[in-house]
Design a protein around this ligand. Structure first.
Ligand SMILES: [Ca+2]
Ligand SMILES: [Ca+2]
Ligand SMILES: [Ca+2]
Length: 456
């Protein structure tokens, strides 16, 4: 015991002193692409949303990658912008194992603009779906399940539509399912599925949650922004549950004003009380300012809540974006802990446009900065932030993902991101491929050996 503890401390110390909190790099490993893209296709947007299904032992089962601008051909008719979600698995070598579409694809519905998955339960938003009768951009959510996830061995994922999870809005322009989140367990054992509708009630916004078990569901209620706030509640969501009766749901309202500062944003913590979604706490940035967009993204782990503010201003630099960290304060509620700004940053980096926390290891987080200018403007990047409790002081190290000499352009890398164990899957939806422009790609990164040891 004492030996392993000493090893762990020494590896952290080595990481801090040799690599330094800003200098460590996670080398590029590989790229993941869609396979069925026809010549002449442009603007697919593969990688705008990235979600990972993680096994109990920490291995990735499948990666779900949204391509919301994809054309879908069904019954002999083309539907531009109907959208797809590609299911990729490492089982048998990384490959596309399934392509999900809406059962009735619709032009411009943008299925795959939002994707969430947990224990084989997959929620997919199509926020620009038009409900029949001319309800433009009311939005829809589709749910699928991985039927072979619990089969013996490493069976390939087989996805099937889960009809009881299908939801629509019938109100024009609400953009229901702009965000989605899944928590709990399998559909057999009980799963929570949440959705955000930021343009409901003229942009006050709402979030909703349902509990699904087998073919039945229990509505857990809606929470909406205060009247006239225009806060766009539900623009982002994160959900955690280990119980059939309890969850923690985080929702961003990035357009709400703070005093005279418009579009400053805030985020809320919801829990069920007597089965009904109830606001527990309100999270705000320190010294909120105009255009912070605090709450543009949210994530959580065992003891932290993370709120991205892609418009937050780094002192002396400009609007780099940041992530604000909140920690549990006793029995209920969360308090501000610290705000992490990107190192070597510039205005327009959009850091915090996406976040992905490592659930099983407190204080490890990937932060997407899709507006970062490297060799090329707006090539984008991702930083991996890691909390160290070192000699009684909390330190957040920042590792960057290193493309090395891999050719790339203004790819928007980090628009979507998933952190799984010691791998980062970063969506770059504006990547140009051999077929056309802005079809997108997912880049995979993993740390070198010394940093992997530091995570133990
Ligand atoms: Ca539409
Ligand atoms: Ca930029
Ligand atoms: Ca491009």
């Amino acid at each position: 015991m004492s030996v392993s503890l000493r090893c762990r401390l020494s590896s952290i110390a080595v990481a801090l002193t040799i690599a330094g909190p800003l200098a460590a790099a996670w080398p590029y490993q590989r790229s993941l692409s869609p396979v069925d893209v026809a010549t002449g296709t442009n603007g697919l947007g593969f990688g705008k949303a990235v979600a990972a299904d993680i096994r109990a032992d920490g291995r990735i089962r499948a990666l779900y990658v949204g391509a919301p601008n994809a054309k879908v051909t069904a019954a002999g008719a083309d539907h531009p912008g109907a959208g797809k979600v590609y299911v990729l698995t490492p089982i048998g070598g990384w490959h596309v194992v399934a392509t999900l579409t809406a059962p009735n694809p619709q032009d411009g519905a943008h299925f795959g603009a939002a994707v969430a998955v947990h224990e084989g339960v997959v929620a997919i938003g199509a926020p620009d779906y038009d409900y029949p009768g001319g309800h433009v951009d009311s939005g829809a959510m589709h749910v699928f399940q991985d039927m072979t996830r619990d089969a013996p061995g490493d069976a390939l994922p087989v996805l099937q539509s889960y009809a009881p999870g299908y939801r629509v809005s019938q109100q024009d322009g609400t953009h229901f399912a702009t965000s989605v989140a899944v928590g709990g367990s399998t559909l057999a054992n009980g799963a929570w599925i949440a959705s955000g509708t930021p343009d409901e009630y003229d942009g006050d916004g709402c979030v909703r949650i349902d509990y699904h078990e087998g073919s039945t569901h229990t509505y857990g209620g809606a929470a909406c922004g205060s009247g006239g706030s225009g806060g766009k509640l539900g623009a982002s969501l994160a959900l955690y549950s280990a119980s059939q009766t309890f969850y923690v749901l985080i929702a961003g309202a990035p357009a709400i004003a703070q005093g005279a500062q418009s579009l400053a944003g805030e985020a809320y913590v919801y829990v069920p009380i007597n089965g009904v979604i109830t606001k527990l706490d309100t999270l705000k940035a320190q010294n909120p300012g105009f255009l912070d967009a605090f709450g543009g993204s949210v994530a959580l782990d065992e003891t932290h809540i993370y709120v991205g503010g892609p418009g937050r201003v780094k002192s002396g630099v400009g609007r780099t974006g940041s992530v604000s960290v909140f920690v549990s304060t006793g029995i209920i509620g969360y308090g501000f802990d610290t705000e992490v700004f990107p190192g070597n940053a510039a205005a327009g980096d959009l850091c915090g446009a996406s976040l992905s926390a490592r659930r099983e290891a407190d204080g490890v987080l990937a932060m997407g900065c899709p507006g970062w200018d490297g060799l090329v403007d707006n090539e984008g990047r991702v930083l991996v932030l890691q909390e160290f409790d070192f000699m009684g002081t909390t330190v957040w190290s920042q590792d960057r993902l290193d493309m090395a000499d891999v050719p790339h352009g203004a790819d928007d890398l980090g628009r979507g991101v998933a952190l799984v164990g010691d791998h980062v899957y970063a969506g770059a939806p504006n990547h140009d491929d051999a077929v056309g422009m802005n079809n997108g790609i997912v880049r995979v990164f993993a740390p070198d050996r010394i940093f992997e040891d530091g995570f133990d």
